[in-house]
Write a new protein. Structure first.
Length: 248
């Protein structure tokens, strides 16, 4: 093999390696972007679960510790992480919300745009869900709310956090007459246990009347730690304050 042919083959191999390296770099950037998007979606959805039971410590921990933090709600603007804390702790008093309060927040149609530097991102979401307060199954102030979020996110020390919310509410549907809490529904189920039904076979394990799932305010345990702090969340502490269902 002549020196010229060998040189040409070496140059061809070097060119292929350069092309492959460039291709791998593009794929790595895309993979990093997709990973960032999934982490941000997880953060946003976790925030929604915490809002459902107004778990203010977990909610506030979702937010950035840096500048530019705010909540732009219909009622006004709360600035800085302390402003976020004041809003979610009812003026900084950390006043407990009623145990039967629920603010279901179902973020859907999320579109995430990550900045080229991978350190900030923007998201747009529908926020749809029910808001109500259940007292022994009697529901008050029940409504369906449809909203649109524009959210800014920032990565701090490698962890994505919420920086700001802008929020509008296109419509609200009031539903008091159509809504009942878990106690009313559960009493019917428990009192009818053993009677069977057209499509419900007998269970392998009988229902437990002391199961806290039958009462208002029960927080279904999370299988994951807080996405920002990595800490275990406080649902066990909250659920321990509930009393089992009474059948009277």
């Amino acid at each position: 093999m002549s020196d010229n042919i060998l040189e040409e083959r070496i140059q061809a191999l070097e060119s292929q390696l350069q092309q492959q390296a460039a291709h791998i770099e593009v794929l790595e950037k895309k993979l990093t972007e997709l990973d960032n998007i999934e982490v941000i979606k997880r953060l946003q959805k976790a925030y929604g679960y915490y809002v459902e039971h107004w778990m203010y410590e977990e909610i506030v921990d979702c937010f950035s510790d840096g500048p530019g933090v705010y909540l732009n709600w219909i009622e006004g603007v709360w600035k800085g992480k302390e402003g976020v804390r004041r809003y979610f702790t009812h003026g900084g008093k950390a006043t407990p919300t009623p145990s039967g309060f629920s603010h279901q927040l179902m973020p859907t149609s999320g579109l995430i745009t990550v900045a080229p530097d991978g350190l900030t991102a923007k998201g747009r979401w529908y926020g749809f869900g029910a808001i109500f307060n259940s007292d022994e199954g009697k529901v008050e102030k029940a409504e369906f709310t449809s909203g649109i979020y524009e959210v800014n996110y920032v990565k701090e020390d490698g962890i994505w956090k919420i920086r700001s919310f802008d929020w509008v509410i296109p419509y609200v549907v009031r539903i008091n007459e159509m809504c009942e809490g878990p106690e009313l529904r559960s009493r019917r189920i428990i009192k009818g246990a053993g009677e069977g039904g057209a499509f419900i076979p007998d269970p392998d394990t009988p229902l437990d009347e002391k199961d806290l799932r039958y009462v208002s305010g029960y927080v279904f345990p999370f299988h994951y730690p807080h996405p920002v702090t990595g800490k275990k969340t406080s649902e066990e502490k909250r659920n321990a304050q509930l009393k089992p269902l009474t059948l009277e």
